[in-house]
Design a protein around this ligand. Structure first.
Ligand code: AMP
Length: 180
């Protein structure tokens, strides 16, 4: 890549008490708006993706879409959208998961993945890992294999990465932040 090294952390804006009291929100819009930082992020994800054989890129709604789309384009791989309940028009497979309060569901088109697929799953950030683990279960329900996870940000003092690794998944991240 043209840029040999960038400190991506300085392009992430941190907003206390958003969307509610006690959450320190790590905002990626400031990184996306910096052309070199966005470019460097995708180049790094591409380098990481080359270490792990894959047939498809899967993206977690909705900030995962931004990074996964660029990566799938560069790697010339199909892009599969893992969406919130009710967004996909075709026949879907779904996976429920626990949120802090209540439950949520993610879905994928049944026709999107099959047993020959090795999938890299992309999201902007991992915190508790609930969303990512549900994404992995969804991919598994389609009989596809999870090749690895790639995140831009790991909130390293929250249990997400350890949770995924304890289930045998490979995880990569570009930058770390504390969760609080
Ligand atoms: P989790 O399921 O707890 O790992 O949460 C992951 C999802 O929630 C990701 O899709 C993130 O975009 C979002 N998220 C969780 N915590 C934060 C945070 N502190 N700042 C920004 N996004 C977050």
């Amino acid at each position: 890549s043209i840029i040999s090294y960038m400190n991506l952390k300085k392009y992430i804006r941190s907003i206390p008490n958003y969307p509610k009291q006690g959450i320190l929100f790590r905002d990626i819009t400031s990184l996306l708006e910096h052309k070199k930082a966005f470019h460097f992020t995708i180049q790094k994800m591409k380098e990481i993706s080359k270490k792990t054989p894959h047939t498809k890129i899967a993206a977690i709604e909705s900030r995962g879409f931004v990074f996964a789309s660029a990566l799938a384009y560069l790697n010339k791989k199909p892009l599969v959208l893992l969406r919130k309940k009710g967004k996909l028009p075709g026949t879907t497979i779904s996976q429920k998961f626990k949120l802090e309060y209540g439950m949520d569901t993610i879905e994928v088109h049944k026709s999107s993945l099959n047993k020959k697929d090795k999938v890299i799953i992309i999201d902007d950030l991992i915190a508790t890992g609930g969303t990512a683990l549900a994404a992995a279960k969804l991919v598994s329900k389609c009989k596809a294999k999870v090749s690895a996870f790639i995140f831009l940000i790991d909130l390293f003092d929250l249990p997400g990465t350890k949770l995924l690794q304890s289930h045998g998944y490979k995880t990569y991240k570009l930058i770390d932040f504390p969760g609080h």
